[in-house]
Every structure is written in C-alpha cells, then in structure tokens.
Design a protein. Structure first.
Length: 102
C-alpha cells in the first residue's frame, strides 16, 4: 500500500489511479463488513449488551453498514468497473496516469 503513494522519483505522490483504487478498496471493505455474518459475529449470542460495551459498539457500526449493504454493493461494483477500465487504458498507453503530486 505504501508503494501506491510514491511518485516516479520515489517521494510522496499520488495520481488519479491511486484515488480510484483507494475509493474502490474502501467501498469493497464497507460491503464486506456490512454482511449479515459480520453482524452476527460481533453481536450474536449476547443476551445483555450492557455487559459487553465494546461488542455492542462494534455491532452498532456493523449494523449501520448492514443497512446500506446494497448501496455498498452497487457502488463497489461501479468503482471496480471504473478501476478496471482505467488500468486497462493506462496499461495500453491510451492515456497516462494523471498525477496530482509528484
């Protein structure tokens, strides 16, 4: 991951491709953590949330993601297609990676 934020001269830098892939990773991560099994792993089999405040906190965060599971699915699918297209165009030489820093 650290290599993704290095420019051609080795210093800190990033381009459009780095941002596209970073957004894709975040959305796929949100989709994965919002599944029903993660919700069950964090809060399943608890009779009293008050005795397990950390697990209750985790369960509420995963439940928030779970309520938006389908939105994360479609958004991550869209960024996956965009990532693939961008990488294909850069690799074929059709476009060059737009650099923001370095």
């Amino acid at each position: 991951m650290a290599q993704a934020f290095r420019g051609p001269d080795g210093n800190f830098g990033f381009g459009l491709g780095t941002l596209i892939l970073l957004v894709n990773v975040v959305l796929v991560w949100g989709y994965s953590l919002g599944c029903h099994s993660c919700r069950h792993i964090t809060g399943g089999r608890l009779k009293h949330f008050s005795k397990h405040p950390v697990r209750y906190w985790m369960w509420t965060k995963v439940s928030w993601l779970n309520a938006r599971h389908m939105q994360f699915a479609w958004a991550s699918l869209g960024t996956l297609m965009l990532s693939d297209l961008y990488i294909m165009l850069v690799a074929s030489g059709a476009i060059s990676d737009l650099r923001f820093f370095n």
